[in-house]
Design a protein around this ligand. Structure first.
Ligand code: AHM
Ligand code: MG
Length: 311
């Protein structure tokens, strides 16, 4: 019998000193909220919740109805559980502060917005720190994502490896399906929006992708970070969202995209860097700060850094 999410959390409590009852409650709350989001995503075409909400967010991006709904579901459950000190979201200009101490949660309620309307995998990303969200990623107590793909999966790290749970529709439980996710040291896939190549600011990066082609790598790019990182975690290789002339710090946000994903990648044995520094070492300057992201298997990330240094 596969182990349900809550049972799993209690079973590893002894091995993970920071995993107290409050954190378990908070993680449970996040898992429950994502189950609700998963239900909405699965029926989106029937519920009139596809398409634009008719506004833009703080980052100037068009908000989708499902972005908004996912954001509300997560906010409501974090508020009600009483264990969150503050909450930062891609969809909120400012951080919501509930109290001075407790668990600080940063999340991207629905990542991969451009894929919502076309029934392609999207996800929720979360990051948990003690007290404040504005701490370096290496201090995360837990980080993870839920992917709404052919099945809904929750992939998480509590700082001791990476585990995966699959949502069992019949019982309504996330069940432990992947007790130890390890990133292959080297893969065969690279993942980057290569249409932006002429805008990339790193010449070394251009050479690196040419090199990968010569080495017979294949390209996979969904355009949902959750899906692209999920594949990278299981199959190895590299995922990159670099700086370019338009987005001089890249596109992805440190707090609720780059940092939690880097945490998972490192915990699975890989590397996460901006090209200049380790993503998990960055001390956040602002809530919606962007950083270039180069994450994946050790071999490919180190090779990429070599090419970038040579330029
Ligand atoms: P979103 O959070 O508004 O969906 O934006 C982030 C997404 C990532 O999931 C994905 O990696 C990236 O944007 C794709 O961007 P692009 O279309 O520029 O390649
Ligand atoms: Mg996002």
């Amino acid at each position: 019998m596969a182990v349900p999410f809550t049972t799993y959390l209690f079973s590893v409590k002894k091995e993970i000193p920071h995993l107290d009852d409050d954190l378990i409650l908070l993680l449970n709350e996040i898992a429950s909220a994502t189950k609700e989001i998963s239900g909405k995503v699965r029926k989106a075409g029937l519920l009139n919740i596809l398409g634009s909400a008719g506004k833009t967010n703080i980052q100037g991006e068009e908000v989708q109805k499902l972005d908004e709904l996912a954001n509300e579901i997560l906010l409501e459950s974090l508020k009600n559980c009483g264990k969150a000190s503050q909450v930062a979201s891609e969809e909120l200009e400012e951080c919501i502060v509930f109290s001075n101490s407790g668990y600080a949660v940063a999340f991207d309620p629905l990542d991969g917005s451009s894929n919502i309307d076309v029934n392609v995998s999207i996800g929720t990303i979360f990051s948990i720190h003690k007290d404040s969200v504005k701490k370096p990623g290496k201090e995360q107590l837990a980080a993870g994502y839920v992917i709404y793909g052919p099945s809904t999966m929750l992939v998480m790290s509590l700082g001791k490896g990476v585990v995966g749970f699959t949502l069992d529709i019949e019982s309504g439980n996330f069940l432990l399906s992947h007790p130890e996710i390890k990133l292959p040291e080297k893969g065969k896939i690279y993942s980057i929006n290569e249409a932006n190549k002429n805008k990339w600011t790193s010449k070394g990066l251009k050479k690196f992708t040419e090199y990968l082609k010569e080495e017979k790598y294949t390209l996979r790019y969904v355009g949902s970070m959750v899906a692209d990182v999920h594949r990278t975690l299981f199959k190895g290789g590299i995922f990159i969202y670099p700086a370019d002339k338009k987005n001089t710090n890249g596109k992805l946000r440190l707090l609720y995209e780059a940092s939690p994903m880097s945490f998972l990648i490192e915990q699975a044995g890989g590397i996460g860097t901006t090209g200049k520094e380790r993503i998990l070492d960055i001390v956040p300057q602002s809530l919606h700060q962007r950083v270039p992201v180069i994450i994946g298997s050790k071999w490919e990330v180190e090779k990429c850094l070599e090419f970038m240094k040579e330029e």
